[in-house]
Ligand binder design. Sequence first.
Ligand SMILES: NC(=O)C1=CN([C@@H]2O[C@H](COP(=O)(O)OP(=O)(O)OC[C@H]3O[C@@H](n4cnc5c(N)ncnc54)[C@H](OP(=O)(O)O)[C@@H]3O)[C@@H](O)[C@H]2O)C=CC1
Ligand SMILES: CC(=O)N[C@@H](CCC(=O)OP(=O)(O)O)C(=O)O
Length: 348
Amino acid sequence: MVKVGILGASGYAGAELVRLLVQREDVEIIFVHSNNYAEIPFSKRYPHLKEVFDSEFSAMNFENNEYFDQVDVLFCALPHAKSQIAVKSALEKGLKVIDLSADFRLKDAEVYEEWYQTKHQVSEALAQAVYGIPEINREAIKDTNLLANPGCYPTSIILGLYPLLKEGYTTNETIISDSKSGISGAGRGLKDGNLFTQATETIQPYAVGSHRHTPEIEEQLSSISGEKTSLMFVPHLAPMQRGILSTIYIKNERNLSEDQLLALYNQYYEEEKFVRVLEKGETPTTKAVSGSNYCDIGLAVDTQSNMIVIMSVIDNLIKGASGQAIQNMNLMLGLDETTGLTQAPIWP
Ligand SMILES: NC(=O)C1=CN([C@@H]2O[C@H](COP(=O)(O)OP(=O)(O)OC[C@H]3O[C@@H](n4cnc5c(N)ncnc54)[C@H](OP(=O)(O)O)[C@@H]3O)[C@@H](O)[C@H]2O)C=CC1
Ligand SMILES: CC(=O)N[C@@H](CCC(=O)OP(=O)(O)O)C(=O)O
């Protein structure tokens, strides 16, 4: 039995961890943390899990936390900069740690501090953290105790570009990703722009050219291509609960035909349970991956402009957060990577 604890379980990502893990017979959830909802049953905040998971939230201090002595794996689903002390303490106690925030995703503390405007308190641990996209760096994930779970936008974009960049495809022309996210991507915290009245029946770009996922994506794309690779990333808030669509544009510098492009992606992803490459002419929809750990990728070549268009969709809370975190946990524990993640998507 694998014993797990979840920090930030009252948030959307934490609650998805609970929903996915509570259904497993090989996992026991030992504690769910929330300071604001301490001693309140989980199912009061998340009524869909009534009689499925009714344990109370526990408030806690993260330094030398005795709760950590009771578990094998710690998931941190806290905002940026809030889990660093917990991660340090859990690593010292010999736990496997999976952090869903951005705190261990960037290798360079200075870059983190510039983009997140806060000092990194555990920068010495950055070197040991492994960035967790299993389809790309499965072997390193198996060997780490500190897993940096990727951001939701980065997951959709990196999986979308991986085969082309791995093949040495264009890195000297700017790549563009026009990405759209459902509102759950912003978490459950109250924010004016996420009110129903502000966010429904409209779509809006934000953080144009300045989104904090840009350095994360560029670092990973550069690592794949072996050269400095830059990205023009434009996120949008879309009026849906879940889902991310990234439409990525990259110069077709080797004049691949659509059939060749599809063959390349099929070759890279044919063994990957959670990546589905669509057929010629098909375009992905966020609905087709909703509630699942799938990433669906559609491909097209625009012969007029000689641009490749990659369309990548995920559920931001599953493959973009908690599903991928569990996929990583499975690998870190030597389990079948797909355990607990084979639920089919929900439609409509
Ligand atoms: N939503 C998404 O699609 C994705 C989210 N992530 C990342 O996962 C993490 C959680 O996100 P999400 O679930 O959306 O966020 P939510 O805002 O929904 O939840 C935040 C959680 O963190 C806790 N928390 C907030 N502030 C503090 C603090 N100062 N100290 C201790 N605990 C605190 C809250 O507990 P309390 O009840 O006490 O307020 C709550 O449990 C973030 O780092 C986010 O970037 C990553 C990928 C996708
Ligand atoms: C819609 C929305 O607001 N999305 C969030 C991204 C959430 C996420 O995955 O990012 P992190 O894990 O890096 O926080 C944003 O743009 O800040």
